[in-house]
Design a protein around this ligand. Structure first.
Ligand code: ATP
Length: 362
């Protein structure tokens, strides 16, 4: 079996009385693009710093390529970090910034020249060798920071919110570039972000964190479509949460009361009759029809509160009889002219069978 490149075993890190990381174990495999995703302060950066060797864990073991590295300083670990702030040398030109680590490792001049030029080509900055850092845009500076970090071909590249200083459009472009770069280089990436869309777009695997713990570890698709709990469901994108109760179960299905209406749902988690549940649906998975149109039973009734034009989609805010507001996202198609709701208009709400995720309500 493939050995992990990074292995964290029961890692905890405490600062004074604050537990930043609470007993985390995690394996990262060769060539993986792994993202640590979570709200501010959940411990993402601390994990990167523990892997890099800038922090010693209070408890637990860190392995890089099967070697225990606790106590080994950062410069003796085959790991590089790209920071949000780029951390380039302002008085050195582009070439010298990228060549810095290679010179320290005492490569000969010809090898340094070749490696720097090949790195510049990969980040699309050929011809910028002699530019000084202040003559570069934010995106170009970030590319130099990447080139400097991977020119030494580290075992692992750690990336701490490297795109957060860039504007929206550039950020989108760079997300794609970094992903392509990672595939070309084949280096293992551990990426930190609090932006769920960024995590979903870029990663092979996402680890969702909260208060120093792992809430879910899985593919972007599983995290989005099958959240392990309400924290993950709410953190990773918009979600509607309906209250429900199981009425009866049969094989892999169950009849449940959802907002006062009986639905036939998949019972993937072995719920029992009488159990309270939360039925989760993404806004794009809801099917909305005007009352009186062909509303296929079963459906929940609601009243349109507001319609919000979003460019490529329309958001419809709907108040259910319970008083709770839900969100439905409808995509434009050639029939869009027909998608129009007036505030107060009655609608029926349901979804394609099996598209719901169901969690226990405890
Ligand atoms: P952000 O997205 O805001 O960077 P994060 O998820 O990366 O957050 P960390 O920077 O890992 O979170 O911080 C986790 C917790 O540990 C926070 O409460 C933070 O204040 C605390 N912390 C981090 N470093 C130190 C330190 N050197 N001394 C004291 N507390 C620290």
């Amino acid at each position: 079996m493939t050995q992990p490149i990074v292995r964290l075993i029961n890692i905890s890190k405490t600062f004074d009385n604050l537990t930043a990381i609470d007993n985390i174990s995690l394996d990262v495999y060769p060539g993986e693009f792994l993202t640590l995703l979570g709200p501010s302060g959940c411990g993402k950066t601390t994990i990167l710093r523990v892997i890099a060797g800038f922090e010693d864990p209070t408890q637990g073991d860190v392995f890089l390529n099967s070697v225990r590295v606790n106590g080994i300083p950062p410069n003796k670990r085959d790991v590089n970090t790209v920071f949000q702030s780029y951390a380039l040398f302002p008085h050195k030109n582009v070439f010298d910034n990228i060549a810095f680590g290679l010179k320290i490792k005492k490569f000969d001049r010809k090898t340094i020249d070749e490696k720097v030029r090949s790195a510049l080509e990969l980040v699309k900055l050929t011809g910028f060798e002699n530019r000084s850092i202040h003559q570069l845009s934010g995106g170009q500076q970030q590319r130099v920071a990447f080139a400097r970090a991977f020119v030494n071909k580290p075992l692992v590249l750690l990336l701490d919110e490297p795109l957060s200083a860039l504007d929206y459009r550039l950020r989108k472009e760079m997300q794609l570039e970094i992903r392509q770069l990672q595939r070309k280089l084949g280096i293992t990436f551990v990426f930190v972000t609090h932006d769920q869309e960024e995590a979903i777009t870029m990663s092979d695997r996402i680890v969702v964190m909260n208060q120093g713990r792992i809430e879910q570890d899985g593919s972007p698709k599983s995290i989005y479509e099958d959240p392990a709990n309400l924290f993950v469901a709410k953190f990773v994108g918009e979600i509607n949460i309906f209250d429900g109760k199981v009425i009866s179960v049969a094989d892999s299905r169950m009849i449940a009361d959802v907002e006062g209406v009986q639905f036939d749902l998949l019972n993937k988690k072995g719920f029992a009759a009488g159990q309270k549940i939360k039925v989760l649906l993404r806004p794009e998975d809801l099917l909305i029809k005007k009352s009186g149109d062909e509303c296929k039973r079963p459906y929940i009734e609601g009243k349109v509160q507001e319609m919000i034009y979003k460019g490529t989609t329309v958001d419809v805010l709907i108040t259910m009889n319970s008083g709770q507001t839900i969100l439905s996202t409808e995509f434009f198609n050639e029939d869009f002219e027909d998608i129009h709701y007036e505030p107060g208009e009655k609608v029926c709400i349901n979804w394609a069978n099996g598209w719901e995720a169901v969690l226990s309500d405890d």
